[in-house]
Ligand binder design. Structure first.
Ligand SMILES: [Zn+2]
Length: 314
């Protein structure tokens, strides 16, 4: 059986957001620690990224925006559009690698060289809008990978799950008129957390499902939302590929949000996603890192997440 893949590049550490930014390279060092201390790195197939084709990025972002981002880096600007979207001169090329890496990973799953995969990339992507950087995100990695599956691999039905604690506004807005893409997001309630979208009433053309959780919600509330809504919705949709934006920021230790998930719950959610993919679409599942800002939680949740993807693999 093909093994679980991990997309890895030290280049993702070079996206320098400054000394006091929560979305910092130490997060990926914590991911690496979780993978090496547990021996999981050695049990997976390691994939290297390649820069994304900008023609593909143009399916998700406006040309003017792509040029603004490139020029801002060239000119040595310290942020793009909002102060929290910090950049360094290398950020554009690293964002090209992050998006291209996720594309290369979905290709490897399609080719059958890996079974499923985990992509701990920086910068993250799910807040990035068509014409705007937002919430530490510049290129919407998961939307770009979904567009690639559709354009180059001729897949029709794609499900995108998002269990970062923040609503995936950029991904929802890109796909909300597309009945062939299902977007299901579980996140802290928009009245209480950035970006202020992701209400239950936002349903797209019937293809968007938002599951906002009250501050203080934990494993029980998440399990109930998965079992009553998320799992049956994905099952009924019958996707040909499952992409998952995941963050480790619903963890109780996370400093940016107020949910109370335990580390074990991250393994549970990844296991349910793997089971869905195994049952519905030949195991095709690629998970892409978004947030998660407590380093100990990131290391522990990485281990739980990848163990669940590997499952019964020897
Ligand atoms: Zn987040």
């Amino acid at each position: 059986m093909p093994r679980t893949g991990i997309l890895w590049s030290d280049d993702f550490l070079r996206h320098d957001t400054g000394p006091h930014h929560p979305e910092r390279s130490a997060r990926l060092n914590a991911v690496r620690k979780g993978l090496t201390d547990s021996g999981l790195m050695a049990r997976c197939e390691i994939l290297a990224p390649r820069p994304v084709d900008l023609k593909l990025v143009e399916r998700v972002h406006a040309v003017e925006y792509i040029n603004q981002f490139r020029n801002a880096c060239k000119l040595g600007q310290r942020s793009l559009h909002t102060p929290d979207c910090a950049i360094c001169p290398e950020s554009f090329e690293i964002a090209e690698l992050a998006a291209g890496g996720v594309v290369a990973t979905v290709d490897a799953v399609m080719a059958g060289t890996i079974r499923n995969a985990f992509c701990p990339v920086r910068p993250p992507g799910h807040h990035a809008e068509r014409c705007a950087a937002m919430g530490f995100c510049y290129f919407n990695n998961i939307a770009i990978a979904a567009e690639h599956l559709r354009a180059s691999r001729k897949l029709k039905r794609i499900a995108i799950l998002d269990w970062d604690v923040h609503h995936g506004n950029g991904t929802q807005h890109h796909f909300e008129d597309d009945p062939n893409t299902l977007f299901v997001s579980i996140h802290q309630h928009p009245y209480t957390l950035f970006p202020g979208t992701g209400f239950e009433e936002e349903r797209g053309v019937g293809n968007v499902v938002n599951l906002p959780m009250k501050p203080g919600a934990g494993d029980d509330e998440y399990r109930e939302a998965f079992e009553e809504t998320l799992l049956p919705t994905v099952n009924a949709f019958k996707p040909e590929f499952i992409l998952a934006s995941f963050g480790f920021d619903p963890h109780y230790r996370d400093p940016l949000a107020q949910l109370e998930l335990t580390t074990d719950m991250f393994g549970w959610m990844a296991a349910r996603a793997r089971e869905l993919a195994d049952a519905l679409c030949g195991g095709r599942l690629v998970t892409v890192l978004e947030g998660g800002y407590d380093l100990q939680a990131v290391a522990e949740c990485t281990q739980a997440h990848v163990e669940a993807l590997i499952a019964d693999q020897p």
